[in-house]
Design a protein around this ligand. Structure first.
Ligand SMILES: Nc1ncnc2c1ncn2[C@@H]1O[C@H](COP(=O)(O)OP(=O)(O)O)[C@@H](O)[C@H]1O
Ligand SMILES: [Mg+2]
Length: 307
């Protein structure tokens, strides 16, 4: 069946995520709105963009943030032209909602739970009535195909609000969690730099441990291991060294990860201290082997580990 082919094609642009692909495609084909909810870096945008591209439907992309006003979402009359021509429909500048309704395309909203309440209310009407009434412009009805897809972080993330039940009752929801280790390795290899299998595997392992560390409130997503491998490869070039060099791997770990992890309040440690500890656990044994050093693993003196 054609839908099966479509899903198969998606598995070439998206690593893993077969069930999520099935569910997003099913919801969209059934003409439903859908929101993907999960931590940053879990591939929500990658998945939604790939599905929209593969279904061959147009999409209007909207970045959700506190500055997204109803006028930005819906559109507005150009004030200068209103002075000259009055409230003529030709003077209206379509916003993403009006464009998506007219064209029957996907209205794709990133970070849905950062959008102010007042702006979300516009979406409630659009979702339930499949049309919008704009003062002085009139009614814009949805062409067939109009749907809303959105991505958001879990409620506890900074700057997010709980989505009102008026919204959540009108959309399907798919919870997306971190990829498994094999998938994170494949993603790191695809988007990072050409490092050894060994280095990529250690990068993924270290990043996954940041999510479990007792002193960390939140760890890094796969974006951290992508950056770690990319930075390590170029740092090795810059220093005329290799990624096996502990000074390279530790500095790459520090620069790629120390800003991505959030330390638990009151534990009295710095992010550098914690990622250095994880580096010792994961990279130092390799370093010892490479150097034939049987002694205690120490951070190299060139980098500046804390603690
Ligand atoms: N399943 C996947 N297949 C391919 N690349 C992925 C996948 N998941 C994540 N990525 C990569 O990881 C990074 C973060 O993914 P992204 O879709 O932006 O996450 P989110 O929108 O959930 O924050 C991007 O560089 C993306 O290319
Ligand atoms: Mg995203």
């Amino acid at each position: 069946m054609i839908l099966r082919d479509l899903v198969d094609r998606l598995t070439t642009s998206v690593v893993g995520r077969r069930r999520e692909i099935d569910l997003v495609v099913a919801a969209l084909v059934a003409d439903r709105h859908i929101v993907l909810e999960g931590p940053p870096g879990t591939g929500k945008s990658t998945l939604l963009r790939a599905v929209a591209a593969e279904l061959g439907i147009g999409f209007e992309f909207v970045e959700g943030n506190a500055e997204l006003t109803p006028a930005r979402l819906v559109g507005h009359f150009d004030p200068a032209r209103v002075l000259a021509d009055g409230y003529d429909p030709a003077v209206f500048v379509d916003g993403p909602v009006v464009s998506a309704l007219r064209d029957g395309s996907l209205l794709y909203i990133e970070e849905l739970n950062r959008v102010p309440e007042e702006t979300l209310n516009v979406l409630v009407t659009v979702m339930s009535e499949r049309e919008i009434n704009v003062p002085r412009l009139g009614r814009v009805a949805a062409a067939p195909g109009f749907r809303l897809v959105a991505a958001m972080n879990p409620f506890d993330a900074v700057g997010t609000a709980r989505i009102s039940s008026a919204i959540s009752d009108r959309v399907c929801r798919l919870a997306v969690d971190y990829q498994d280790e094999t998938e994170e390795l494949a993603i790191t290899r695809r988007h990072g730099a050409a490092v050894t299998d060994e280095f990529a595997a250690r990068s993924v392992e270290l990043v996954r441990r940041t999510r479990l560390h007792p002193d960390l409130r939140s760890g890094s997503s796969v974006r951290g291991s992508i950056d770690l491998s990319a930075v390590a490869a170029s740092l090795a070039d810059v220093r005329g060294s290799s990624t096996e060099d502990p000074e390279v791997s530790l500095d790459a770990v520090l620069i790629a990860l120390s800003g991505r992890v959030r330390v638990r309040e009151g534990c009295g440690r710095t992010p550098e201290d914690i990622v250095t500890e994880l580096w010792r656990e994961i990279f130092a044994p390799a370093t010892e082997e490479a150097q034939g050093d049987t002694g205690k693993a120490n951070a190299p003196t060139g980098a500046t580990p804390v603690g």
